[in-house]
Design a protein around this ligand. Structure first.
Ligand code: KE4
Length: 424
């Protein structure tokens, strides 16, 4: 028995599924997950001494690679002054000013502790500001596990949302309507069926939780227009795309201004941080200056702020950071596509910059339904093939690959060659 197998056996006795987040259990690829001991740069090591090139990067945060010296130093310096005060600190002001200075339209921002909390709070702020209850989301988009967002995909089309999880009372999803990603008409129909009732449309500006599904030309622009026509707020869930596609996230990358934006992952530098913010007139309704209540013991935690700020400052101050990372992504995902084409395996490679994935389907993947056509059995064997060669991919077809500035040309080439072997 390997050390990871032994740990997994122990873990399952006292943690649901042996993990603190379901995807880590490697359920859809049917194997024991390696228990990771440490990480540095683009590498991670497991308890049995195996080394991997890491394309998960903690599901997005590690855009500079693991254990970046500047981030570690900032954490160590902050920690010696105490871990948490439950009081206002200068670091929170600096973090808010930093985010507001680089994210388009960000007039006010509130720190929370996860992406889920950011989305839950943004939805409440949108409902409080508009006085409306209904929310539109998109099948295949994931916005964390707050009750209102856990609706059965496709359940809300023209009807009320049906809970997508046990334990979610049906009245928590009654007001959550589901549209089709990249299909503005499905949104238009929901507005027509619910006139004056929709508080917000929430969207991943690049879908990254059904695999990676970029917005088709004009999709985001039409969402903006539909929201404007109906007095509805547009919420960009940038937990993944924020500080990933550009310093100003998807708003900068696509030139679309949302009313509220949610963040997570990269802004914490690897520590538990989320945030939501946007228009001052909306955020000024949030307690204590307004009637929308939201709070958090560890929100704006000084050590987490130090980690997040160290990472964001490097992203802001490194010349050509995004130009280089995004062109590395373009070259890498094109090479992966060519590698898998060699043996004529039906596949589609979707990517935007450093965020991408391979679907095992011959058709274009533009929404949840087309993503679902992917051959998940073939994905599992691809995953196991790559893992055996020291390449650590997402253990599910419906996740993403995340490149970092720490991924070396040699490691990227080695990954492409491993994909060629699979193709061969
Ligand atoms: P967290 O609560 O996990 O910090 O963020 C929730 C969330 C919100 N919005 C988007 C667009 C997200 O992708 C996420 C979380 N992403 C997943 C990866 N697909 C986290 C991995 C996990 O659940 O363990």
């Amino acid at each position: 028995m390997t050390v990871s197998e032994n740990l997994f056996e122990r873990a399952r006795r006292c943690i649901p599924g042996g993990v603190n987040s379901p995807v880590r259990a490697f359920g859809s690829v049917g194997m024991t997950p390696p228990f990771i001991t440490r990480a540095c740069g683009d590498r991670i090591w497991d308890e049995d001494g195996r080394e991997y090139i890491d394309y998960i990067g903690s599901w997005g945060p590690m855009i500079l690679g693991h254990a970046h010296p500047a981030v570690l130093e900032a954490v160590q310096k902050a920690a010696v002054d105490g871990l948490s005060f439950g009081a206002a600190t200068a670091r929170e002001v600096e973090m808010a000013e930093l985010i507001c200075s680089v994210v388009p339209g960000m007039q006010m921002v509130r720190m929370v502790n996860s992406g889920t909390e950011a989305v839950m709070s943004a939805i409440r702020a949108a409902r409080g500001f508009t006085g409306r209850d209904k929310i539109v989301k998109f099948a295949g988009c994931y916005h964390g596990h707050t009750d209102a967002m856990l609706v059965q995909a496709g359940s809300g089309l023209m009807t009320q949302g049906i809970p997508g999880s046990a334990g979610v009372p049906k009245n928590c999803t009654l007001d959550t309507l589901t549209a089709v990603y990249n299909d503005p008409d499905s949104v238009r129909d929901l507005f027509a069926a619910n006139p004056g009732q929709i508080a917000a449309v929430i969207v991943e500006p690049v879908g990254a939780n059904m695999g990676v599904v970029p917005p088709e030309k004009g999709f985001l622009e039409q969402l903006r227009a539909l929201c404007d026509e109906n007095g509805t707020l547009l919420v960009f869930d940038e937990v993944i795309t924020g500080f990933r596609l550009a310093l100003g996230g998807a708003q900068e990358y696509y030139g679309i201004q949302a009313d509220l934006v949610t963040f997570g992952k990269i802004i914490g530098g690897g520590m538990p941080v989320g945030a939501y913010g946007g228009r001052r007139d909306i955020m000024s309704n949030v307690a204590p200056c307004g009637p929308v209540y939201q709070a958090g013991t560890l929100s704006g935690n000084p050590v987490a702020m130090a980690a997040g700020m160290a990472q964001l400052k490097l992203l802001r101050d490194t010349p050509r950071f995004y130009k280089e990372l995004n062109s590395t992504g373009d070259a890498f995902f094109s090479a992966m596509d060519r590698a898998l084409s060699q043996a004529g395996i039906p596949h589609r490679t979707n990517h935007i910059g450093s965020l991408g994935c391979v679907f095992f389907t011959g058709d274009r993947v533009t929404d949840y339904a087309s993503a679902q056509k992917s051959d998940t059995v073939r994905y599992s064997s691809y995953f196991r093939h790559m893992l055996a060669r020291g390449i650590y991919l997402a253990p599910s077809q419906f996740e993403a690959m995340f490149l970092s500035s720490a991924h070396t040309p040699e490691d990227l080439d080695r990954t492409v060659r491993a994909a060629e072997e699979f193709a061969g």
